[in-house]
Write a protein that binds this ligand. Structure first.
Ligand code: ATP
Length: 360
């Protein structure tokens, strides 16, 4: 039985259909990220799970218990759903100290004082806010306030954690640390986590399953590996990956029992997989394009445009006759010895999408 289960959940805001029909099952202990561009319905989905937003239709179950159903008119209030959550805008109580903010829910649940003290100490330690428990939110930086919200979540030790962009106000170093911390935390607590972000790095690094959304619809739900290497459609291929995937317009024609794909000066043979052919877009990740210093069979000539070392890798922009492409090289390079190079890729790394439908 799934821990979180959405069946045909719809949501209208007035006449605007924010969620057409959401079906999603999350298993116990999974770390699931809802990922997508601004306005795609991530927060709405999370707020529906939390009970902060009432769906227009469908059914929601948590641990097998019905929380909402348009048929039985069941609608369990948020505080009775047994969830822990941090929302981006979920402000701390300004008139309460850090300690009180973290422990309020535990006091309300009439937990023994010793246990509350133990949970408070552990939570403060985890987010590195020891010694600041008597401060008020106004006496903390934005990042510290965020960590108080994380500490509250840690102290709640809830079975299901909901997080909406909890790391968005943190600086880059702390964000990387907290990413690992939240992942470890979710594992230690054996919690089921539903995490909302528009940051693909957070999604790829933390998740067991990524749910990519666009316009209120699930585009693909899969492991980070599946989402990155086997995107279901062009939207997912383009949304995931930094630098962005390179796209080439090409034609697919039946040949030798498979398909011959040609365009932009490149050509390769692949299995048909039931596809009859037509206009296609070929997507190749920047790390899968190869730069050669001399002409090579099947490689196209390109001009080096800009070389950007990022540390362990270098991003190289190149110009083909009709388009610009990006190559990611796994070494530190400040420049290239010559301007003119030749590009190709291993066809095994090419992802081919039907131009009209965008489907893989
Ligand atoms: P973001 O990353 O910007 O937070 P999101 O993916 O979380 O975006 P939602 O906040 O779920 O998106 O919003 C989905 C759609 O519903 C958006 O088009 C938004 O404008 C609309 N919407 C959200 N809340 C309301 C509301 N209270 N009233 C009317 N429309 C709303």
């Amino acid at each position: 039985m799934s821990e979180v289960s959405l069946n045909g959940i719809t949501k209208y805001y007035g006449n605007y259909l924010a969620l057409p029909e959401m079906n999603l099952n999350i298993e116990r202990g999974q770390f699931v990220t809802l990922l997508g561009p601004s306005g795609c319905g991530k927060t709405t989905t999370l707020r529906i799970i939390a009970g902060l937003e009432t769906p227009s239709g469908g059914a929601l179950h948590l641990s097998g218990r019905c929380m909402f159903s348009d048929r039985t008119h069941e609608n369990v209030p948020p505080e009775k759903r047994g969830l822990g959550f941090i929302f981006q805008s979920y402000a701390l109580w300004p008139n309460m100290t850090v300690e009180r903010n973290i422990t309020l829910a535990l006091h309300q649940a009439k937990m023994p004082k010793a246990e509350i003290a133990e949970r408070l100490a552990q939570a403060l330690k985890k987010v590195q806010l020891e010694g600041l428990q008597d401060r008020y939110p106004s006496e903390l930086s934005g990042g510290q306030q965020q960590r108080v919200a994380v500490a509250r979540l840690i102290a709640a030790r809830s079975g299901v954690l909901l997080m909406d962009e909890p790391l968005s106000n943190l600086d880059a170093v702390l964000r990387t640390e907290m990413r690992a911390e939240l992942k470890r935390l979710s594992r230690e607590l054996k919690a089921t986590t539903v995490y909302v972000t528009h940051d693909q790095v957070e999604a790829l690094t933390m998740s067991d399953m990524i749910v990519v959304m666009n316009d209120g619809r699930i585009q693909q739900a899969g492991t980070p590996y599946e989402i990155y290497h086997h995107p279901a459609n062009l939207f997912v291929a383009e949304f995931i990956g930094d630098p962005k995937v390179n796209l080439f317009d090409a034609m697919a024609e039946p040949r030798d029992g498979g398909l011959w794909i040609s365009g932009a000066g490149l050509g390769f043979q692949m299995a048909a997989g039931g596809y009859g052919g037509g206009a296609v877009r070929v997507a190749v990740r920047p790390e899968h394009l190869r730069i050669h210093t001399a002409p090579k069979d099947g490689a196209v000539e390109a001009q080096i445009d800009v070389v950007q070392p990022t540390g362990s890798q270098t991003i190289v922009s190149l110009d083909l006759p009709d388009q610009r492409v990006t190559v990611l090289v796994a070494q530190f390079r400040e420049s290239w010895p010559q301007d003119r190079v030749w590009l190709d890729f291993d066809p095994a790394h090419a992802m081919v999408f039907d131009t009209a439908s965008g489907e893989n």
